[in-house]
Design a binder for this molecule. Sequence first.
Ligand code: AGP
Length: 605
Amino acid sequence: MCGIVGYVGNQKAAPVLIEGLARLEYRGYDSAGIAILGVGGTQVFRKVGRVRDLEASLPKRLTGRVGIGHTRWATHGPATEANAHPQTSADGRISVVHNGIIDNAAALRERLAARGVTFTSDTDTEVIAHLIARSEAGTLEAAVLDALSRVTGTYALAVIDERHPDRIVAARNGSPLILGVGDHEMFIASDLAALVRHTTSVVHLDDGELATVTTAGFRTFSREQENTAKAPTSVDIDIEEVDLAEHQHYMHKEIFDQPYSIERMLRGRLDERFGTARLDGLNLGPRELRGFRRVKILGCGSAYYAGQIGASMIEELARIPADAEPASEFRYRNPIIEPDTLYVAVSQSGETADTAFAVQEVKRKGGEIIGLVNVVGSTIARDSDGGVYLHAGPEIAVASTKALTHMATGFAMLALLLGRVRDLSISDGQRIIAGLQSLPGQIKEIVSEEAHIAAVAGGLAGAQSLFFIGRVRGFPVAREGAQKFKEVSYRHAEAYQTSELKHGPLALIDETMPTVSILPDDELTDRNLAALQQVTARNGPIVVITHPGVIDDPAIPQITVPKNESELDPILLTIPLQLLAYHAALALGLDIDKPRNLAKSVTVE
Ligand code: AGP
C-alpha cells in the first residue's frame, strides 16, 4: 500500500527520499513522487511506475534539504501522474503526502469547488492541500489542525509549506507514521524499513497525534495543541535484515532466514525444567490463563491460516475449544464477545486495517485481546492488552513466508503455556519443547533440498489449476500452500480437505490437474493414502509433501520433511510449499517480490 517518507536536515533531501521510497517499494504501489523545498520554492516531481523511473526523471541539481515523498497505491482515481502524491494547493505553496482514505472527500470537493477551487486530480489528498492553504490560522501546525478538523477518515500525512520552509508537519489517524531522530536531521516514514539506514531512534505517533520536525528536533502534540512529550525509543533492526545479500529475491532470502530467525524467536522463552513457555508480554498470570474457556484467533490471509494452525495446537495441547476467523469477516458481523474467551489478533505488519478494527471491536465490548505481531510498536501491538512479538525480522516480500512460521511457532508456545496451566503434563511439555528446539536444524535440512523442490515446482508451473489437499492439522497447511502458489505464480490453486475430495472436487481431476497432498506420518496417514488413490485412479498427477518412510514407491513425486512432534509438524510442512511457490514463479519469470494487484500490508478496507 502507500508509503510516506520525509526528510529535514543538512543533507540534500532528494537522494534520502528516493532511497527511502525504494525501501518501501515492497509494500506495492503504482506511482511515486517527491516535493523538495529549496531556495526558489517547492519543486514537485511525480511519475507513474517505479521509483527508479522517478529518480531518472529528476534534474541533476536538486539541492533543497527539506522534502516529502510518497509511493501511491491507487484508491481515489487511477494511477496517473496527476493523481500521484505529493498533492499541492493551487498556488503550489502547500504540498501533502497522504496514506489512508478521507471519507468525506466528495462533499469537501463540492464545497471547495463552489468556492472557486479548481482540482487537478481525482484524489482525496488534494482536498487536504487546499484546506490547509485556505486556512487563516497563523502557523502551519494550526492550519493543518484546522484542515483536519474538517475531514473524516484515516490518514497518515506529511505537509510542507513554503512560508515555513524549516519544517514538516505530520499527523496520524488510523494509518502508521513514525519519526526517525538523527543528528541535526529528522526523518518521517510510514514504515521502519525506510528509516533503518539512517537511525534506529524512533517515535511512533499515536492516532490523533501530530508532530513538527525541524533540524533542531521534533515536537509531538495533540489535536488540542498540547505537547504529548514523546521520548524516542530504540528499535532493534539491522540494515542487513533489509538487504538482499546474495539472494535474487526477498522471498528467497526470507525462506532461508527461517532457521536463524526461529532460533532467535525461541531464545529465552522455553522453560525446560517445568516444560512450559515464558511469555511475559502476555501480562496474564496462571490464574487468568486458567480462566479462559475458549480461544478465538483473528487475522487475515496467511495470518488467518497461521491462526488455524494455532487453533488446532491449542485444542490438542491445552484442550480448550479454539478457532480462527478472518478478521475481515469478524469485524462486520457484530460479534458476541465473551468474558471467558481469550481473543488473539495475529499479524505480521500489525497494521492490517481489518485486523486492527477487529481488535478495537473486541476491546470496545470489554474482551481481553492479545497480539501475535511481528512489527514492534505497530498499531495492533500497541492496541492489544498484551502479546508475543514474533521476532521474524523485517519481511519485505509481499508473499509472507517466515512471518507465517513464526506465527505458528508463537501459537505453539501459547498452546504449551495454556496446556501447562491445565492438564498437559511436564513430560508432554518437555516433549514439545524438544520439538521446538529441533525446528531450526530441521528447517535447514528442508531448505537444503532446494534443487529437488525446484525441479518439482518446474513440473507444476505449467498447470493452469491445482489442488492442495490436507486434513485436520494438514488442512491449514494446504490452504497456505495454495495461497502462496496463487500469490506468486498466478495459477489457480485451491485448497480442499482431503476428506472432502470425493464429495465434489474429484470431478475436476484429470491428467491436467495436479494435486499437492499434505500427507504427514500421523494417525490419518492410511486414510490420506487411500484418498490419494482416488486421484491417481483418475490420472491426476500428484506431488506428496510427507515424512520419510510414508511413500515407498519411488515413482511418486515426493518432498520429505523431517518428522517432529505431530502437533508441530505443520510448521515444517509449510516450508517446502514456500519453495514450491517461489520456484514455480521463478520458472514462469514473474515479479516474485511484488506480485500484481497485491500490497504487503492492507491498511485500507
Ligand atoms: C500473505 O502471503 C499475504 N501477503 C497476505 O495474505 C497477508 O498475510 C495478510 O494480508 C495479512 O497481513 P498481516 O500479517 O500483515 O496482517
